[in-house]
Design a protein around this ligand. Structure first.
Ligand SMILES: Cc1cc2nc3c(=O)[nH]c(=O)nc-3n(C[C@H](O)[C@H](O)[C@H](O)COP(=O)(O)O)c2cc1C
Length: 171
């Protein structure tokens, strides 16, 4: 699959086969995120990889996700970033929180595309209780957790969602 094909075949997948994802593949996914560009090359992103039953059950017990399907994914990547890592900038609109969000979004897009290329299904999930997740997983308070990404081998084939025409997204 080339990049264009990967981009075109990606869609949000919310049902997963009961099949584990190998350590080798998990490393591939994280490595794709690692190679993404970031503001001033700060690389503020950090991931909590949930793949064991114990952690999953704990997250379920405390109802950290607002949609049940997330708990059922064989792999849940908690996507975090540390806004304090950015140096003082001369940019007028510099806001370390924005940079952390931007960089994490780019890096996880790389991760999701690599997952697609490897035949995995995934979805960005922002409908989560961030404070509970931080507490349960001991993630420092100052980190941001904009979303999590459940990943697994697809057990559904949803239709591609429609997109605006090019003319609508270009000024
Ligand atoms: C930042 C972000 C947050 C999202 N949050 C959720 C979510 O909480 N729950 C969910 O089921 N899908 C969530 N989605 C998935 C979107 O609904 C989905 O990407 C969109 O409808 C387009 O569909 P597609 O990914 O299949 O192309 C989110 C997507 C993004 C990019």
């Amino acid at each position: 699959m080339n990049v264009k094909e990967t981009i075109e075949s990606r869609k949000s997948i919310r049902k997963y086969k009961d099949k584990q994802i190998s350590e080798e593949i998990i490393t591939e996914l994280l490595d794709a995120a690692r190679k993404a560009p970031s503001a001033k090359n700060v690389q503020s992103h950090k991931y909590f990889v949930v793949k064991d039953k114990e952690t999953r059950d704990k997250l379920r017990k405390y109802e950290v996700f607002r949609q049940d399907y997330v708990y059922d994914a064989p792999l849940i990547i908690i996507c975090c970033a540390d806004p304090t890592q950015y140096p003082e900038s001369v940019d007028v609109d510099a806001n370390p929180n924005n940079y952390a969000h931007i960089d994490l979004s780019i890096a996880t897009s790389f991760l999701v595309l690599r997952a697609t290329e490897l035949g995995l299904g995934s979805v960005f999930v922002a409908w989560i209780y961030r404070d509970k997740i931080k507490k349960i997983l001991n993630i420092p308070e100052h980190y941001i957790i904009p979303f999590v990404i459940p990943i697994g081998y697809p057990a559904e084939e949803p239709k591609q969602k429609s997109r605006k025409d090019l003319g609508e997204i270009v000024f």
